[in-house]
Ligand binder design. Structure first.
Ligand code: SAM
Length: 468
């Protein structure tokens, strides 16, 4: 098949933000152009990178006018790293896009009648808001255009940073990341420098060799720190050298862990986590509740906004002490435990066994007795026998993954007809699709977006439904 020649379009005005935060313009021939980067209001020249019947994909080759909604990105790695792609858009404008994306999805995909939408809950901190970061070691770092064009011999090729989007074997070395509290930049940079100075081999993704694989840093709002180093092979003297250095240099670390992982991929979920120093966990707190977080635990990555989200869920659910509540997709049970004192009983269901073990432990540690947690795939567990055994819910809170709920789960919710449903979603398109299936039986009473991830296009949305 002959490839079509890339086309050039000049003076394209970026009109709006499309899905996944990309920019949208219209080409001279009337077709939509989906553009990486840019901001609504920019006037640009485009070179197409893909041509389809109804649209093009393209990249910006020249700016003719910069949009008024732009701001200067704070991060020196912006544009290469791919982590916070909206840093060039003012925060208040990011919020407007997020709010209108949610509203458009609910109207266009869900065909829903919406009440007046409450304004999006902005984040208190639009930088340094994450409590967990994962970095990769690489012995062949990503070189900038300037480095390549300088023709200088590159002395230092090791990197500790993030994978370039779409490039599994290229890592951009990170000097300062604006996502996690600033002191964690010093931890990462010190680990890199010490490892280079002591010739501890960084990982090579192409040949699968080297020793140092990944670094994870987790923090809590109470000031606790977890550091985990993942090694590819176990060289005891290098491992102890590095871990002892971390322990001595960062004595406030509460949990210093390591994993030896010689599988092809670097996920640690099926690996044994060893403790070098301190506890195997850190403890997060929310309104006096304590949540134990180990290396594998899921915990919302923006603690401040998770608290705002949970308060909204509690507020809109208006629970009474006689209510039976189901918390579907409960994770480590944080929503269930957060609302437990407002209801008679909470039943949490979740697919990941470790998360349910943590949820049960969190219930015991917080002396919460009116919660029950069950593990399994939602569409199988949430059946008639289960409901008979655990009681018909008055209220269902559901917080599914990005794909939304399985149709069988939606049918079961319709079947048991709770008086209220609170649907929390990190993907308003699948949320809208699911809500359309409930719309004959339920009215949308409130829709409230929450910004958990400033500088990105991601947005969380809470919808309250009441039985007609
Ligand atoms: C968005 S998280 C919910 C997090 C939780 N509500 C919280 O605030 O911490 C979605 C959860 O659904 C779980 N999950 C995904 N697919 C599932 C399924 N088919 N059945 C049950 N749980 C599932 C995931 O493991 C994850 O914990």
């Amino acid at each position: 098949m002959r490839r079509k020649k890339n086309k050039e379009f000049n003076n394209i005005t970026i009109e709006r933000v499309g899905s996944k935060g990309k920019s949208i313009g219209v080409a001279d021939d009337g077709k939509t152009i989906i553009i990486e980067g840019g901001a609504p209001g920019d006037v640009v020249s485009i070179l197409t990178t893909k041509q389809r019947k109804s649209y093009y994909q393209g990249k910006i080759t020249e700016f003719h006018k910069y949009s008024d909604i732009r701001t200067t990105p704070k991060c020196e790695h912006f544009g290469v790293c791919g982590g916070c792609k909206w840093q060039h858009i003012k925060y208040e404008e990011q919020l407007k896009f997020k709010q209108s994306e949610v509203e458009n999805n609910l109207i266009r995909i869900g065909n829903l009648d919406l009440p007046k939408i409450t304004p999006i809950k902005a984040a208190k901190n639009d930088y340094f808001y994450r409590n967990k970061m994962e970095y990769s070691f690489s012995d062949t770092r990503w070189l900038s255009v300037e480095e390549i064009e300088s023709n200088k011999v590159i002395e230092e090729k090791n990197a500790l940073g993030f994978h370039i989007p779409g490039m599994w074997n290229k890592v951009v070395d990170i000097n300062k990341c604006w996502l996690q509290e600033d002191f964690t930049n010093n931890i990462r940079n010190s680990i890199r420098e010490f490892s280079i100075k002591n010739n501890i081999p960084f990982f090579n993704h192409s040949t699968q060799s080297g020793e140092l694989r990944t670094l994870m840093i987790r923090t809590t709002s109470t000031g606790e720190i977890m550091i985990l180093i993942q090694f590819y092979i176990d060289n005891k003297s290098n491992r102890e050298l590095l871990l002892n250095f971390i322990r001595e240099t960062f004595p406030d670390t509460n949990s210093l862990l390591y994993v030896i992982n010689n599988k092809a991929n670097d996920t640690i979920y099926d690996q044994k986590v060893e403790c070098h120093y301190g506890n195997s966990f850190i403890t997060e707190q929310m309104e006096g509740l304590k949540f134990k977080i180990n290396a594998k635990s899921f915990y919302q990555t923006n603690s401040d906004q998770a608290y705002e989200l949970y308060k909204i869920v509690r507020e809109v659910s208006e629970l009474s002490s006689s209510d039976i509540v189901y918390d579907l997709y409960t994770g480590t049970g944080t929503i269930a435990l957060f609302i437990a004192k407002n209801a008679k009983k909470i039943v949490g269901i979740e697919a990941v066994p470790d998360a349910i073990i943590a949820a049960k432990e969190n219930a015991i540690n917080n002396k919460i007795k009116n919660v029950d947690f069950f593990v399994g795939d939602m569409k199988s567990v949430f059946n008639n026998d289960f409901i008979k055994a655990n009681g018909n819910p008055d209220v269902i809170i559901t917080d599914p993954p990005r794909d939304g709920m399985h149709k069988k789960v939606i049918d079961q919710i319709k079947n048991i007809a709770p008086k209220k449903i609170i649907y929390v979603s990190c993907n308003s398109a699948t949320q809208a699709r699911d809500l359309e299936l409930l719309k004959d039986d339920y009215d949308v009473i409130r829709s409230q977006a929450v910004d958990m991830f400033p500088q990105t296009h991601h947005v969380e949305n809470v919808v309250l439904l009441k039985k007609k």
